[in-house]
Design a protein around this ligand. Structure first.
Ligand code: MG
Length: 250
């Protein structure tokens, strides 16, 4: 009887071990190593898997270049609106959903205007959700409209603006909203923003489109839409813009 008991115990242990082994194997399959990506030699430069949207040379990655009134000089592009030639900004030729976006910008070194009239531009993810660009260096305005705000929705945690005319950077991680077949929101957009390397928005859940004068709301749209840079009438400059498309997550 004792021998039978020992045999049963040995078999039970073997089965358990077998189970553990198969679990390990299953986990190992799930934990596929990520792709190896060359990050480049300097911080802020596009990694090997980035799509370079602007390298200081041309508007080839931007839509309708013949109608763009922005200008390129000395490796940057600049808002160049005139009163008779009003424009609503420029947008990328291709659409993006989940992404990491790097944008460098400089508000005008000559300080003209105040509040929202000083160095105003913006990065519109999917053309709808604005990360505000503003000269917020000693320039009070409503906090959810200052540099790094998710416009009219979220005040940045810190004001890390450099002086007017100095180059600055946004690094943005964006997860797009999801809608069902009937256009109902099933998952809101989420955004994280680093301003000059400092986290100022941490996984903020967007309430919808970042309107100026009305409450935010979602309107169903495609999975990928162009990124837009705002023309707000201030000659803001841009350089070194690149984007990495992120694998979607469930
Ligand atoms: Mg703006």
């Amino acid at each position: 009887m004792r021998i039978v008991s020992v045999i049963i115990t040995v078999i039970a242990v073997a089965v358990i071990n077998l189970g553990c082994d198969s679990m390990v194997k299953k986990d190992a399959v799930a934990l596929t190593p990520p792709p190896v990506i060359d990050p480049g030699q300097e911080c802020g430069q596009p990694p090997a898997n980035a799509i370079v949207l602007f390298d200081g040379k041309d508007f080839s990655q931007w839509q309708s270049p013949e109608s763009i009134v922005w200008k390129i000089q000395d490796g940057y592009m600049e808002v160049a609106r005139t009163e008779k030639d009003k424009h609503q900004g420029i947008q990328t030729a291709r659409g993006f959903g989940d992404c990491q976006l790097h944008v460098e910008f400089a508000t005008p070194s000559e300080v003209i205007g105040e509040g929202q009239g000083r160095g105003n531009s913006g990065v519109f993810l999917m053309g709808q959700y604005e990360v505000q660009i503003l000269d917020s260096y000693n320039n009070p305005t409503y906090p959810d409209g200052q540099a790094g705000a998710i416009y009219k929705q979220s005040v940045p945690m810190f004001n890390v603006c450099r002086k007017p005319g100095q180059w600055q950077a946004y690094d943005i991680v964006f997860r797009r909203p999801h809608f069902d077949a009937k256009g109902k929101l099933v998952k809101p957009a989420v955004v994280t923003v680093l301003h000059n390397g400092v986290v100022i928005q941490d996984n903020f859940i967007l309430q919808g489109i970042t309107y100026h004068a009305e409450s935010p709301k979602y309107i169903a749209h495609a999975d990928k839409l162009p990124i837009m840079l705002q023309d707000h009438g201030n000659p803001t400059r841009f350089r070194n813009i690149w984007v990495v498309e992120l694998p979607e997550r469930n």
